[in-house]
Design a protein around this ligand. Structure first.
Ligand code: SF4
Ligand code: SF4
Length: 224
């Protein structure tokens, strides 16, 4: 993960790379599902973030903070200094949701675990198999009209695949840091994570007198 380079040799770099590996595996396991899914998200929807803000583990916040420090440095500084107070969506829903932008999420490349899983993952049922239900905001089509729960066997029969297991992904994230199972609202966890990352960077790259703050690596082009 390029964002980890500035922290090379520290535990933070290991954390960022481990979370990145988890997110990459989720992307891979969702690729076929999204291609064949009977329920793609409509363009510009984003209603799941309008009245919801995630509670996150510290490692998710550190990953998002590191992503912001590379890709959106000014936004990272706003969040560090002002928390959610500057946001466009302060009182209800995620403070990183932009109602005026068709893509809505201001931190898409660094977004949290649940943001990656919601609507494109399943839950494990009593039969210990994956079950999946389309998001209620997805418009019905001939293929996906039924807003009901589908069992793994039916998903395989009808679509040839099934989505990743949400609980398994969450367990993998918790296993990265089993001593810290506390979650906090994103608007609290993210400013603290950015502060921590910047403090570590200051130790790693001590500034010359009167020199500006050290720069992080240039952003890589974002995929869609
Ligand atoms: S998960 Fe549902 S609410 Fe969220 S973008 Fe997709 S369709 Fe819209
Ligand atoms: S971080 Fe982005 S995707 Fe996640 S809840 Fe906030 S606006 Fe939505």
């Amino acid at each position: 993960m390029k964002e980890a380079q500035a922290f090379a040799g520290t535990k933070i770099a290991d954390v960022l790379n481990a979370v990145d590996a988890l997110y990459t595996d989720i992307d891979k396991s969702q690729a076929e599902w999204k291609q064949k899914t009977p329920a793609p998200c409509p363009d510009g929807c984003g209603r799941c973030c309008e009245h919801f803000e995630p509670d996150v583990y510290e490692y998710e916040a550190l990953y998002l903070g590191a992503w912001l420090l590379v890709h959106k440095k000014e936004l990272a500084e706003d969040i560090r200094l002002h928390g959610a107070a500057f946001s466009l969506n302060y009182t209800d829903g995620c403070f990183l949701f932009d109602p005026h932008n068709p893509h809505h999420c201001r931190v898409y490349g660094g977004r949290c675990l649940i943001c990656r899983l919601f609507a494109h993952s399943g839950t494990r049922g009593k039969d210990m198999r994956v079950h999946w239900k389309p998001c209620k905001f997805i418009e019905g089509t001939e293929k996906n009209r039924e807003h009901r729960e589908y069992a793994e066997t039916e998903l395989i029969e009808r679509f040839g695949c099934f989505p990743p297991d949400m609980a398994q992904a969450a367990a993998r994230l918790i296993a990265l840091n089993p001593e810290n199972t506390e979650t906090r609202p994103l608007r609290e966890a993210l400013p603290a994570a950015i502060e921590k990352l910047k403090l570590i960077l200051r130790f790693l790259t001590p500034p010359e007198p009167n020199s500006p703050e050290p720069d992080l690596p240039s952003p890589r082009p974002l995929s869609a």
